[in-house]
Design a protein around this ligand. Structure first.
Ligand code: SF4
Length: 310
């Protein structure tokens, strides 16, 4: 069988090992060298181009159905749970805890739950929602298992590495949010980021009030493609007497976007985290679809105010 292997950045170091194993079983193996950040980003074009019989995607579970033979190999990590002791001080005031994690640690959630229960906490683990397929699992763009239990809990615990996943969940919940990081052994309450992100969003909206020409980003990645939303946004802009053009790419290159100087602002329909995580990469504001609607509304209010004074 001809197989294309695809690894996210953190697992690319394992590519040769898996390729040699599959070759020793008699398969012809190719390795995708493109950057990959999730199962929303399957190397389907590469697989079709080399006429592969199968794509093996490592590190993530299925995002959604695609018309290709894809095998998903999840990657689980057994993180040291002794860090949980250290989190008890930060959780002292809270009785009901909502527990969330990434797919790498969903198999450890029951042990974590038992630990907190032994320390007299009630632990709630949300059901899987949308693209996330396991209980308590969050993705950068799917935080349903956190948002759905927001009303029931006093605080959240995110167990896992990095800030990418907890930040998405933080912005969609209202309760104190504690990150328990087993690799750096840090415990951190990240609540302050809610205000930081709210201010940044406000800044993007206000920074786009004078904008007249908008570039709408539509990604061709299998799980990020939203051409329909791109068209809808273009229509909304046109109705508001504004210009909107749809820009298409697989992965958006920020230098290339910065070269498109005629546009006053960008609107993101691809991975929602592009507009949240690194707003400094673009020289013009990068709005979410909701932020754009706010911009249009504010522009209309300004015009109505000016007309009433005239
Ligand atoms: S957050 Fe972005 S990169 Fe991650 S799964 Fe969602 S769309 Fe893909």
């Amino acid at each position: 069988m001809r197989i294309l292997l695809q690894f996210p950045e953190g697992l690319k170091q394992k590519a040769l090992e898996h390729a040699l194993r599959l070759e020793s079983e008699g398969h012809e193996v190719f390795i995708s060298a493109s950057a990959s950040y999730g199962a929303c980003d399957l190397a389907l074009d590469e697989a079709k181009n080399i006429k592969a019989d199968k794509l093996i995607h490592f590190g993530h579970g299925e995002f959604h159905k695609v018309d290709f033979n894809v095998e998903y190999i999840e990657y689980h990590m057994d993180a040291d749970l002794s860090i949980l002791d250290k989190s008890l001080d930060a959780l002292a005031k809270y009785n009901k805890i909502g527990l969330v994690t990434t797919i790498q640690h969903t198999h450890q959630l029951d042990d974590i739950k038992s630990f907190y229960e032994r320390h007299n906490k009630t632990v709630i683990i949300g059901k899987p929602y949308g693209f996330a397929k396991k209980k308590g699992q969050i993705l950068g763009c799917d935080i349903g298992s956190a948002a759905s239990i927001d009303r029931e809990v006093d605080a959240f615990v995110y167990f896992g590495g990095g800030m990418f996943h907890p930040l998405g969940a933080l912005l969609s919940t209202t309760k104190p949010f504690i990150v328990v990081e087993p690799y750096t052994k840090q415990i951190e309450n990240i609540d302050r980021h809610r205000e930081i992100y709210r201010k940044r969003s406000r800044g993007r909206i206000l920074g786009s009030i004078q904008a007249k020409k908008f570039a709408i980003l539509v990604s061709t990645k299998n799980g990020q493609n939203n051409t329909q939303l791109g068209r809808l946004i273009k229509e909304k802009l046109s109705k508001a007497n504004l210009i909107g053009e749809i820009l298409v790419a697989n992965t958006f290159d920020f230098d290339a976007l910065n070269n498109m100087r005629e546009f006053d602002a960008f609107v993101n329909t691809a991975c929602p985290r592009i507009s949240v995580d690194d707003p400094t990469r673009l020289s013009k504001p990068l709005l979410s679809a909701n932020e754009l609607m706010e911009v249009i509304k504010m522009k209309q209010e300004i015009v109505a105010m000016q007309n009433s004074k005239a």
